[in-house]
Write a new protein. Structure first.
Length: 740
């Protein structure tokens, strides 16, 4: 084994390890000092990105079980039963730091990584979503120009990878705030389908079973990526470009097909994606799940660069690679499959019963480490928490304190917001129709939907979070993200079933950030429990901070639901002239964290109203049941920008006008953001029946207008369809292309 190194303090600092960590490491190694390879392995496995050491305390207690949950957190992705022997496999991950440093490759490899998480489970990926947060975009200043550069790079990366893989990107969300100027957020979601009895797990067990490396050759790209993603940004962060992985979607497409062919055999014990920390995390996690040991010969790992060392092989995050534990005697059969697909495959080790990871380099042992402690004894930190001081000042503010703005002026200002307008410039770069299963694609409002050919059902999915809500109240804001994603799914006629999350927060060493995180986790727990939508997978991304400025708390939630009939997927835009528009739910004059306050006064302030889960569930029940029996023409939830903006979106997308008259306490309440509301389009002959259903459920229901005409009129506000559509469809393109 190589000799311990001398400059240990310098090495620990470079690997983000403390002296206390070092003492713990020596205890694990029975008192001996680690060598550089072992330091690198501990550094990766104990990084924030891999160990969740700051967040694990708060993640325990998430609701994770339900009769329809097949696999909850702890595997590559979560799995739910969707009926008839079929299952949906899905997860959301972050690639925030890499995408800020190198937007194209950072975003592309984020998509590649989440796709591998899904097909590692045996599922064919059938849908992608994304959740993107950028800073100020519209100005002519340096920051805005750079943010536009980041948007173009990220969108290009997402589109390039997903399109080459033949997986449709069917929806997502995008918002903008100055808090993301120094740290954008790029969250990628993927969903796949698999037969319920053909799911594969990341296990390595069975003494003597071979460990096989498959996929691309290993290089030095992404070296130290997990550690890089576990630190804040500074002015020097651009030097971290070498830690960003380089993706090759054409290779990943071959890897996908080779793996799916392999899964039809009985050669495999377990399989694991080489994601963050590469060969280190995949090998330790596979052996750790079963309490096994493992021997690996690193000189047998296919390499694409000269002079690579054991450290390089263990810490590289080169893309498009998998680790397989095979049934002994099937080695050549597996190699033949991957070589047929023009991919590397090599037997690099075997499973043992020692509980130790034994690494060799040309016959010489270069690391000898107990697997369980490396995987399980990462320091679990109980970081200090403190309620942020800013909350007292902003929670006490009310919309009443601000000058009255003419409703017409306010409407056109909100309608022009980059948060509201259509992002076709973005989603037309994504192939949303490949595989021919997309029913509701990007831009169609609320949830996206795909058909499941195997059982005649449809899956609906929606990614949501309002960071302004989370900034003024992390608990309620996170709970409302769960509600909003579920409401969007219900608006398509599907029953919401489970979520995956991506929890994006600032520096955990800041007690105020840890308080935000703790509160958000409690909010998610409450909402998921009350709404019966368990968490089946997820990701935590901390240190989203630059030069001491943290992003708003951004717990992105992706909800997945099932519609029993793929022919009854509800649209979210107007369908027919003379149909009646119903408003379901109470409008209470709530403006905390609203788009109204942000766009008109440049402030994120106020407080959030009480959450009523019972009313939310009744709203879901009304829409799902009324749709099931064919009573609804379309449904749209009321959220950011209130009733006025929801109606405007429905009109713009459908090229149909409307006259709406709504009785409200104050005229500006057409922009309020009260929760648990929806707009339902009803044919006149079904009006009485839907109203009775709503009343029977205890929901407030009001007929507010009729579809038709060449303009949109909402109380005193009026705009022609032509102008509305020019603003809605043209604004984003004009902003993003102003440098070109």
């Amino acid at each position: 084994m190589s000799q311990p190194i001398d400059n240990i303090e310098e090495l620990l600092k470079a690997h983000k390890l403390s002296l206390a960590d070092y003492d713990h490491i020596k205890q694990i190694l029975d008192g001996r000092e680690p060598n550089r390879v072992e330091i690198g392995i501990f550094s990766a496995m104990w990084s924030e990105h891999c160990s969740y050491k700051s967040s694990k305390k708060y993640l325990s207690g998430f609701p994770t079980k339900a009769p329809w949950v097949i696999q909850g957190p702890g595997e590559n992705a979560g799995v739910i039963d969707i009926g008839d022997g079929m299952a949906a496999v899905f997860k959301m991950e972050s690639h925030n730091h890499p995408s800020f440093i190198e937007p194209f490759q950072g975003a592309a490899t984020g998509v590649g990584g989440i796709l591998r998480d899904v097909f590692t489970m045996g599922a064919r990926p059938v849908a992608n979503l994304n959740s993107l947060r950028f800073g100020n975009l519209a100005g002519k200043d340096t920051i805005s120009r750079y943010q536009r550069h980041l948007v173009r790079g990220v969108v290009d990366g997402i589109g390039s990878y997903g399109n080459c893989m033949g997986v449709p990107t069917i929806g997502g969300e995008m918002s903008f705030d100055a808090c993301y100027n120094g740290n954008i957020l790029v969250n990628a979601f993927a969903l796949g389908l698999v037969k319920s009895d053909e799911i594969f797990l990341g296990l390595a067990e069975g003494i003597g079973n071979p460990v096989i490396y498959v996929g691309s050759k290993t290089g030095r790209d992404g070296l130290g990526g997990a550690v890089m993603s576990s630190d804040s940004f500074t002015e020097e962060s651009k030097s971290l470009r070498p830690t960003v992985q380089v993706g090759d979607p054409f290779t990943e497409k071959l890897l996908l097909e080779a793996c799916l062919e392999l899964f039809k055999t009985d050669y495999v014990v377990g399989i694991q994606d080489m994601g963050a920390a590469g060969l280190t995390s995949s090998s330790f996690e596979m052996a750790g799940r079963s309490g096994s040991g493992m021997i690996m010969h690193l000189d047998r790992v296919p390499a694409r660069e000269e002079g690579m060392t054991p450290y390089d092989f263990m810490l590289s995050e080169s893309q498009e690679r998998m680790l397989i534990c095979a049934k002994k005697g099937n080695e050549q059969k597996i190699i033949d499959i991957f070589e047929k697909w023009d991919l590397d495959a090599a037997v690099i080790g075997e499973v043992t019963d020692t509980g130790m990871m034994e690494l060799f380099w040309h016959g010489e042992q270069c690391a000898f480490m107990p697997i369980a402690p490396v995987s399980e004894e990462a320091p679990i930190l109980d970081r200090p928490t403190k309620r942020p001081e800013y909350l007292d000042a902003i929670n006490s503010k009310s919309v009443e304190e601000y000058p009255k703005v003419d409703d017409q002026e306010a409407f056109e200002k909100l309608l022009s917001s980059l948060e509201v307008v259509d992002k076709s410039w973005v989603y037309t770069q994504y192939d949303s129709m490949v595989q021919t299963n997309t029913i509701k694609g990007p831009g169609s409002l609320d949830a996206s939907s795909i058909r499941v050919k195997e059982n005649g059902k449809a899956l609906a999915m929606s990614s949501d979070c309002n960071p302004r809500y989370c900034y003024i109240d992390p608990f309620k804001g996170a709970a409302l993200a769960v509600m909003e994603s579920g409401r969007n799914v219900a608006m398509s006629g599907a029953q919401p079933l489970a979520i995956t999350d991506c929890l994006n927060f600032g520096n955990p060493e800041n007690p105020e950030v840890m308080w935000q995180f703790a509160q958000a986790c409690e909010g998610i727990k409450e909402a998921c429990s009350q709404l019966s939508t368990p968490v089946v997978s997820g990701n935590v991304s901390l240190y989203n901070e630059t030069n001491g400025q943290s992003v708003f708390p951004t717990p992105s939630i992706a909800m997945v639901g099932v519609n029993e009939d793929q022919n009854r997927v509800l649209p979210s835009v107007f369908q027919k002239e003379d149909n009646i528009l119903l408003l379901i739910g109470d409008t209470k004059g709530e403006f905390g964290g609203s788009l109204y306050l942000k766009e008109l006064f440049g402030e994120t302030v106020g407080s959030l109203g009480e959450i009523d889960y019972t009313q939310e569930l009744r709203l879901w029940e009304l829409v799902i049941e009324a749709n099931r029996v064919g009573l609804l023409q379309s449904a749209k939830d009321v959220n950011v920008g209130g009733i006025a903006i929801a109606i405007a979106k429905m009109a713009a997308r459908s090229s149909r006008g409307i006259v709406a008259n709504i009785t409200l306490d104050k005229s500006r309440d057409i922009f309020d953001e009260s929760q648990s509301r929806a707009l339902l389009e009803i044919a006149p002959e079904h009006l009485d029946q839907v109203v009775r259903m709503a009343v029977d459920l205890g929901l407030k229901v009001t007929a507010i207008g009729k579809v038709g005409g060449e303009s949109v009129r909402i109380n005193s506000v009026e705009i022609s369809l032509e102008k509305l559509q020019d603003i809605y469809f043209g604004t984003f393109k004009r902003v993003i292309e102003q440098d070109l």
